[in-house]
Design a protein around this ligand. Structure first.
Ligand SMILES: NC(=O)c1ccc[n+]([C@@H]2O[C@H](COP(=O)([O-])OP(=O)(O)OC[C@H]3O[C@@H](n4cnc5c(N)ncnc54)[C@H](O)[C@@H]3O)[C@@H](O)[C@H]2O)c1
Length: 305
C-alpha cells in the first residue's frame, strides 16, 4: 500500500492542508484538495509555491500535480489516501469524517491532522471507523518530520505509517489515544514551567527562551530525554542515572509550578515576547524559523536512529 499511494486527497486547504499538499507533490504524488471556501484556493496555492521552494532546497522536486475543488466528492474520486485538515472542532470533524467515509471507496485510509481531539470522538459517526486514523503533524508538516498516529486497526496504522515514511516523515504510534497525543503533552509540560518562571519573576521571557534553545533544545533535536539521561549516567547509563540522580529529579518535579494564565501573567508574557521579537513581524520571524529549520534538517544526524 505504502508505495501505491498515487493520489492524496487533502480535505481542508488551510495552512496545514497546504503544507501536506506541498510535501506530497514534491514527492511526485498527485494531490486533489477540497475546501468549502472557494477563496481558500489563492492562499493554498501561494503557500504551496513557497513551501515547494523550501523543499527544493532539500532536493525534493517531484512533479505531483495539485488540483482544488469546492466540492468534496471530486477530490475523493480515485484517492488512495485522505488527509483531513478541517477546523479543529469536534462536531465539524465528526460530520466531515463521516461524509468522507461514505464517499470514499473502501480500502483507502482516512487520516485526521487533529491536534487535540481524540480519535474515538471524531470517528463516532463513521460507518467504517477502523480505516480512520489520527495522523497529527507538527507545523509546518512539510519541514517538521514528526507524525503522531492513533488508530484502532493495527494493519491500517502500519499502512498509514508506511505512507508517511515514503514522504520522509517520522511516524510515531500511540498504543492508545491521549488528549494532546505525545509531543504536545511534552511541549505543554515544558510551557507550564516556562510560564511559572515568568510568573515568579525568575528571569525575563527572552532569557527563559534562550535557556531552552541554547541548552537542552540543541540536544533534544538529536536525542530525546530518555536517551539524553542514558548519556548523563556515565558508564552506568540510564539505570545508573535513575539510581543515583532519580531522587533529585523527583525533588525537582515536586518544586515545579502550576501557574495560572490570568491577565497579569498574560501581560508579562506579551510584553516579554514583544521585547524578544525586537520589532520583527510574525512573517519575518516565520521566515527566519523556516530558514533555520531547513539548515537544521540538512545538518542533523539523529543519534538513536
Ligand atoms: N496550525 C497548527 O499548528 C497545526 C498543527 C498540527 C495540526 N493542526 C490541525 O490541522 C487542522 C487544520 O488546522 P489549520 O491550522 O490548517 O487551520 P486553518 O484555519 O488554516 O484551515 C482550516 C481550513 O478548513 C476549511 N474548512 C472549513 N470548514 C470545513 C469543512 N466543513 N470541511 C473541510 N474544510 C473546511 C477552512 O476554509 C480552512 O481553509 C486542525 O485540525 C488543526 O488542529 C494544526
Amino acid at each position: 500500500m505504502s508505495d501505491t499511494v498515487k493520489s492524496l486527497a487533502v480535505v481542508g486547504a488551510g495552512m496545514i492542508g497546504a503544507s501536506w499538499a506541498a510535501l506530497a507533490s514534491a514527492h511526485g504524488i498527485g494531490v486533489s484538495a477540497y475546501d468549502p471556501n472557494p477563496e481558500a484556493e489563492v492562499g493554498f496555492r501561494r503557500y504551496i509555491e513557497r513551501a515547494r521552494a523550501q523543499l527544493a532546497e532539500l532536493g525534493l522536486t517531484g512533479a505531483g500535480t495539485v488540483s482544488f475543488s469546492a466540492d468534496l466528492a471530486t477530490p475523493l474520486e480515485g484517492a488512495d489516501f485522505v488527509q483531513e485538515n478541517g477546523p479543529e472542532n469536534e462536531a465539524v470533524k465528526r460530520k466531515l469524517l463521516a461524509e468522507i467515509d461514505e464517499l470514499l471507496p473502501p480500502g483507502a485510509i482516512i487520516a485526521s491532522s487533529t491536534s487535540a481531539l481524540v480519535r474515538s470522538a471524531i470517528v463516532a459517526d463513521c460507518a467504517r471507523p477502523e480505516r480512520v486514523v489520527v495522523a497529527h503533524p507538527f507545523n509546518p508538516p512539510h519541514l517538521v518530520p514528526l507524525v503522531e498516529i492513533v488508530g484502532a486497526d493495527p494493519e491500517v496504522v502500519t499502512r498509514a505509517a508506511a505512507f508517511y515514511r515514503t514522504l520522509g516523515r517520522r511516524p510515531v504510534v500511540l498504543n492508545r489515544e491521549m488528549p494532546g497525543h505525545i509531543a504536545n503533552r511534552l511541549a505543554s509540560a515544558l510551557y507550564r514551567e516556562a510560564v511559572h518562571l515568568v510568573e515568579q519573576g525568575v528571569a525575563s521571557v527572552a532569557d527563559i527562551d534562550a535557556a531552552l534553545c541554547n541548552g537542552p533544545g540543541l540536544r533534544w533535536a538529536l536525542m530525546g530525554p530518555h536517551m539524553t539521561y542514558h548519556l548523563g549516567g556515565g558508564e552506568g547509563g540510564i539505570a545508573g542515572y535513575l539510581a543515583h540522580l532519580g531522587p533529585s529529579q523527583v525533588r525537582r518535579w515536586q518544586s515545579l509550578g502550576s501557574p495560572s494564565l490570568d491577565m497579569d501573567v498574560q501581560t508579562k508574557i506579551v510584553a516579554g515576547v514583544a521585547e524578544e521579537a525586537g520589532g520583527r513581524s510574525i512573517a519575518e520571524l516565520e521566515a527566519r524559523r523556516d530558514e533555520g529549520l531547513l539548515a537544521l534538517l540538512k545538518a542533523r544526524t539523529l543519534v538513536s536512529e
